[in-house]
Design a protein around this ligand. Structure first.
Ligand code: URA
Length: 213
């Protein structure tokens, strides 16, 4: 598992702004900070992807370069995943995109199930699929998304990327998923509260990005 904030960098500043209640009120800044974390995670993920050596012509001479061989497919969970998705596209600019609607359907008390809605997926067999969801809380929506995608095709591997994750969420992924996956996080937080919100967390990433439902 890769965790971005283990080492101090500008990413920690962006993560701090995402969490800080007064700065969060600036919705544009909140979305942009999610994008920036995704951009930095995309850069880190790119180190594990495939490159092809090629000779190109500069205005002065020919030179050897390394080009990305095959762009990953970016699949995000609506709606909180949208700013995060854009951050990945800012870096993997030729990537195909997929979208999955997943939301908490509340029953008795604090119980909830994950319901799936809208989906639009490109061909994924044999390709690296980055699942982009800013908040890896229980991991249930990501598990549903991976299971759903795996019925449609067989990606080479899944990379699960989140701004903030939890030990419970990671444990659930490890126990439930039958496919190969890697996890890239901005930060690994302490725990979930009784409503399955991340602590210390940042609140509701969808509401902070787009307004209350
Ligand atoms: N989704 C969020 O937006 N925030 C959490 O803390 C958990 C899930």
């Amino acid at each position: 598992m890769y965790i971005l904030d283990k080492e101090n960098s500008i990413a920690n500043h962006f993560l701090a702004e995402l969490r800080e209640i007064d700065i969060q009120k600036d919705r544009y800044r909140f979305r942009r900070n999610l994008e920036r974390i995704a951009e930095i995670l995309a850069y880190e993920i790119s180190k594990s992807l495939y490159f092809q050596n090629k000779e190109i012509q500069t205005p002065l001479e020919k030179t050897a370069v390394a080009l990305m061989h095959d762009f990953p497919v970016i699949v995000s969970v609506l709606r909180a995943g949208l700013p995060f998705h854009q951050g990945f596209l800012n870096i993997f600019d030729h990537a195909d995109s997929g979208f999955i609607g997943a939301y908490r359907k509340h029953g008795e008390g604090d119980e909830f199930e994950i319901a799936m809605g809208y989906e639009a997926l490109p061909p994924i067999s044999g390709r690296v699929v980055i699942l982009a969801d800013p908040m890896l809380a229980t991991g249930k929506s990501l598990i549903k998304a991976v299971e759903h995608i795996s019925k449609i095709g067989k990606p080479e591997k899944f990379i699960i990327a989140a701004a903030i994750g939890t030990p419970e969420g990671i444990q659930n992924l490890d126990e439930s998923l039958k496919v190969d996956f890697e996890v890239y996080l901005g930060s690994l937080d302490r725990e979930l509260n009784e409503k399955a919100y991340i602590l210390p967390g940042l609140g509701d990433a969808g509401d902070l990005s787009f307004g209350q439902k």
